[in-house]
Design a protein around this ligand. Structure first.
Ligand code: PLP
Length: 432
């Protein structure tokens, strides 16, 4: 073998092939990294779910960090120099349980709370806990009662089986330029092949907030089948609270609720929170210990005092939600200003989270091709196809006519991004 011959590949395990083949989330995170570093002068990042750097919030985290550094005793030293317990710091877990009990009356103790390295890791554990090959034989899948659903779940399965069984939504036209997805309960048939039902609420990418009625039906269906309802609350109430319509948060012992500190402005601390029955918490704790020993504990240390005083709720209600609501409204105005009126574009009702979800009816090219042309023109979005996993979308054009556009970057970038989106869309439809 000469020096220039490529090295022969090592045999690949199923685990490796599952986690290394082309995936939407890897492309998205690469784009995000590129746009925020080397390409920051030429690329407008409207793809990722990075939180905005809200000055008042940035300042607050600085203050919390300073308080931690200067706290009497050795708390800072313990935070950085000691491994956390794999379920998370007991005092943080206690603070989460007390806060949620005070807010909503949920019957929680710290035994119901597990910390993970971000909500993403929580979902990796949970999806593979309830889906895939089962110990008693057979396979289970995760029922996604509505897609589009969060791109980050799509490639998380490590069993050599299909992890998801997903359902199309009803697409309701709600205004001249608006639409909304609703769960099609007539087509849901929860059965013994399902190990859990999962939803994100608000939903990434569509910003849909499932109604209280929809959640109540899902709870009932899950309960009847003796499987959990997993609700990803990364943007939801009580924190970060990026929800723009009335929606009651829910938890009971048949629900597994995940929260995250990321959208509070702390994605770098990698902190997810799982609220579940104690036996599930113990399982998550084992998985954390085996995969990574312990979690990052900096986010827990910064946020705990604000859970204890309840300030986290004011921060979410009075700063974070109004900020993103205003950004969402501004983005919708920019869409009106820049998108060609003759094109049949629509936006999903903006009900929460960090994105506008566009549907371009009769789009002459695929969403992937639109993504490629936009990237060439200097704007990064996420093509819609990635969000419709677990479902054969052949014959359903809608799944190839959508893109996700994030509005959290500084206003001049978002404005410029919409200007380019308008130009590219005009060209795409014009050259039909
Ligand atoms: C719906 C949803 N769930 C989970 C995550 C994972 O976030 P993290 O791992 O930072 O908590 C994200 C991130 O964008 C998300 O949008």
């Amino acid at each position: 073998m000469s020096e220039t011959d490529p090295d022969p590949p090592y045999p690949k395990s199923i685990f490796a092939s599952k986690l290394t083949e082309h995936s939407g989330i890897t492309e998205l995170m690469d784009d995000l990294g590129e746009a925020l570093t080397v390409g920051k002068d030429s690329l407008r990042m409207m793809g990722g779910g990075n939180p905005d750097h809200i000055p008042a919030v940035q300042l607050l985290w600085r203050k919390q960090m300073e308080a931690l550094l200067h706290k009497e005793g050795n708390e800072f030293d313990r935070v950085i120099a000691d491994y956390d317990q794999p379920a998370g710091s007991p005092v943080f877990r206690e603070a989460v349980a007390n806060f949620l009990r005070n807010q909503y009356g949920w019957d929680l103790t710290r035994d119901n709370i597990a910390v993970t390295n971000g909500g993403q890791t929580a979902f990796f554990f949970l999806l593979n806990r309830f889906g895939g090959e089962m110990t008693g034989g057979g396979e289970k899948r995760i029922l996604l009662p509505i897609v589009p659903e969060y791109i980050g779940y799509g490639d998380q399965g490590i069993s050599d089986t299909d992890l998801f069984d997903s359902r199309k939504p009803f697409v309701e036209i709600t205004g001249e330029r608006r639409f909304k997805y609703r769960i099609d309960f007539d087509n849901l048939d929860v059965n013994d092949t399902h190990g859990a039902i999962a939803v994100s609420r608000p939903t990434n990418p569509s910003s849909n907030v499932l109604t209280d009625g929809e959640i109540s039906n899902l709870r009932e269906l899950a309960c009847e089948k003796g499987i959990p309802l997993i609700i990803d609350n990364a943007y939801g109430l009580p924190f970060p609270g990026v929800v723009f319509r009335a929606a009651a948060p829910v938890w009971d012992k048949n629900i597994i609720l995940t929260l995250s500190l990321s959208k509070l402005g702390l994605p770098g601390t990698r902190t997810g929170i799982v609220i579940a029955r104690p036996e599930i918490v113990r399982e998550i704790r084992s998985m954390t210990a085996i995969v990574g020993l312990a979690n990052n504990n900096v986010g827990q240390a910064l946020v705990r005092p604000m859970l204890e005083t309840g300030e986290i709720k004011q921060l979410s209600d009075e700063v974070i939600r109004p900020h993103y609501r205003a950004r969402s409204e501004q983005a919708m105005e920019l869409a009106e200003a820049f998108l060609p009126p003759e094109v049949p574009w629509r936006i999903h009702e903006s009900e929460g989270a960090f994105f506008l979800w566009f549907w371009f009816e009769n789009l002459p090219i695929s969403g992937r091709e639109l993504y490629r042309r936009l990237k060439e023109a200097g704007v990064i979005v996420v093509p819609g196809e990635y969000f419709f996993f677990g479902l054969n979308t052949e014959g359903w054009d809608h799944a190839r006519q959508c893109i996700r556009v994030s509005f959290t970057q500084p206003e001049p970038i978002v404005r410029d991004g919409f200007r380019i989106l308008g130009e590219v869309i005009r060209e795409v439809y014009g050259s039909n």
